[in-house]
Design a protein around this ligand. Sequence first.
Ligand code: SAH
Ligand code: SF4
Ligand code: F3S
Length: 472
Amino acid sequence: MNLPNLKEAKVRTTNEVAIKTDEYIVDPELKTFGKGKTYFVKTYGCQMNEHDSENIKAILEDMSFTETETMEEADLILLNTCAIRENAHNKVFGMVGRIKHLKQTKPELMAGICGCMAQEESIVEEIMKKYKWLDIVFGTHNIHRLPQILKEAKDKQEIEVFSIEGEIIENIPVKRDSKYKAWINIMYGCDKFCTYCIVPYTRGKQRSRTPEFILKEAKELVQKGYQEITLLGQNVNAYGKDLGISYNMANLLEDVAKLNIPRIRFVTSHPWDFTDEMIEVIKTYPNIMPYIHLPLQSGSDRILKLMGRRYTKESYMELFHKLKKALPHSSITTDIIVGFPGETEEDFEKTLEVVNMCEYDSAFTFIFSPRVGTPAANMEDDTPLEEKEKRLYRLNELVNQYAKKANDKYLGKIVPVLIEGRSEKDPNMMMGYTDTMKLVNVKNASEFVGKIVNVKITETKTWSLDGELLVD
Ligand code: SAH
Ligand code: SF4
Ligand code: F3S
């Protein structure tokens, strides 16, 4: 979003600190800035946001900060925010209130906001007016500038939000959360401009990383023994379209698959750009996992058109059947929005119809949340919230029924599971995911963390499976 009215001296809202380099460089003086100090980063958003936090953490550690588990202990607190729905606002500003409290007893504490909310003009204005105790605000386009931003914030509130995305900065350090699974950004931003969605404004236009950088990162992960790589983007199927070379997502998937990484995943697939070539590659390489997240959003053509999704129920179903035919053992999940402006009971029933046809393995379901600056926020919306909540409830009942049905098919089957760590639900069990992205709690598997093992499924639930390790 543009921030044209914010001209105060301490606020940099345009790319005046022009991004002239595509390499991450730090002033050597700042390498000891955080010596003896701790940091705490809280992440609110999607995988991309989580991956940004992995970059932020590594940048801070490069400045000699060390990570701490609790906010109360930290000398620096960063809230890496998400703007996709409105409820994020209350959560984040609730935390900002807690930070104010902490600052009363610890005046040297530094704190700030970054991520997608920081790209919103109204949020920046609100922070400048009401939350003066926050030391820094930075956006999604200038994470690489964090060392400089912290330095500038020593004696004043430092707000640096770029309204225009710059070049892609390569080689930003990364502190990965897992030793077995890694995310690789293959692209930034989104050009789709679905009418309800704030992402194209908070993340800028689509920019694909070059295959050379992606493959280099993937090779390094293989060498380090990573078992699983997830290629990340808001619309991965459109990868490469902005590069000006004839290289697309199917080519990239194939090149990554040839590196012999045991598991490759990719999110998110927009149904519009899913090509036959991609399906062929997924089918050919067994290390590309049979799991596809294919957001539907609505089953009504009228609503899909208003959403700017550029596919119809029919073309979505055609793609769905093509995928199921090519990859019969795959699991397919989706995202659905209920209560989009003007959605009638009839429109909603069309969504239920598609859910009945697809029998999704699971679905993320949301009530439409108007986002300032998006076209849908100004569309007439006469459905009461109470009715939207009822629709969400009905949808969830149906989704859960199919999720259980899909899981029931696994009973007695032997499936490969990448063991990740202790189960949250039962500390005597370990947890991991199948190739089809089913969460499995496994008995007697504690020595197999980081390994892909065969597990016999002994019990099925709506959201998870229980199993026993098979030893031969
Ligand atoms: N790039 C992905 C989606 C990213 S956002 C895609 O196109 O599928 C994740 C999900 O949040 C979306 O699929 C959508 O279902 C939901 N979402 C996005 N904006 C929303 C809004 N304004 N209100 C409610 N849900 C929203
Ligand atoms: Fe948002 Fe649509 Fe882009 Fe997904 S494809 S990030 S829903 S604008
Ligand atoms: Fe949220 Fe930004 Fe991701 S708005 S969903 S953190 S791209």
